[in-house]
Design a protein around this ligand. Structure first.
Ligand SMILES: [Ca+2]
Ligand SMILES: [Ca+2]
Ligand SMILES: [Ca+2]
Ligand SMILES: [Ca+2]
Length: 212
């Protein structure tokens, strides 16, 4: 009499043999591809030449509400001080302090500096913010820096938004600052300009082209 245990044995054996048969019949080789992703660096630096409009012993420039500008016969303001800093310690300048000295209503400054791609990835200047607010090219921004509800300076950002910088490329940036009538005397007024750059393919200015 065949008990249940004996009936079960051949089934088990067949299963084992069929597995061995497959492994013998299928000789194989496997090729491995080692994936290594070496990332580049998105890096931008501020660099000179740093050229204020009102340099040492320079006759002051004035402007008016429509951005007409002219040089006066007085040297009572300035010279403007432009000091770059390496705030993150990576060996390049990422911050620039611009200090206007002894200025007065309708005194005009037009500081100029350069941005340089010292990384390996192209970047696009995505936006410029003044005290946290994005500005447009050619837009005049009025700033109340004392908080009394009256504007103290105005700024016009001339260019550079949307500019693409490839590795090693540099680009000159400048913007107009005009001191207004309500600026207080003997005061130290400060504002912050942020230049925000994206890797080129994440920028809203980037346009794709399909491969042929
Ligand atoms: Ca840097
Ligand atoms: Ca001057
Ligand atoms: Ca730095
Ligand atoms: Ca004010």
């Amino acid at each position: 009499m065949i008990n249940k245990k004996m009936m079960a044995m051949p089934i088990l054996l067949v299963m084992v043999l069929s597995i061995v048969g497959i492994s013998y019949g299928l000789w194989s080789e496997t090729l491995f591809l080692n994936g290594t992703v070496g990332t580049g660096e998105l890096d931008i630096e501020i660099k000179g030449p740093f050229k204020p409009l009102d340099g040492p012993s320079t006759l002051d420039w004035n402007g008016n509400c429509t951005w007409d500008t002219w040089q006066t016969d007085k040297d009572v303001g300035g010279p403007t001080v432009m000091t770059p800093y390496d705030s993150d310690g990576d060996g390049d300048y990422d911050k620039l302090n611009i200090t206007l000295v002894n200025v007065y209503p309708y005194y005009l400054e037009d500081p100029s500096f350069w941005v340089h791609n010292d990384g390996t990835i192209p970047f696009i200047i995505e936006m410029v913010k003044i005290n946290g607010v994005p500005v447009k090219i050619g837009e005049t921004v009025f700033l109340d820096l004392t908080g009394d509800g009256k504007d103290d300076i105005k700024i016009m950002w001339g260019n550079s938004i949307g500019w693409q910088g490839h590795p090693c490329q540099s680009h000159e940036i400048s913007f107009l600052i005009l001191v207004l009538q309500d600026a207080p005397e003997n005061a130290c007024l400060s504002f912050i300009v942020e230049i925000v750059a994206y890797q080129y393919n994440e920028s809203s200015f980037f346009t794709t082209t399909s491969p042929a």
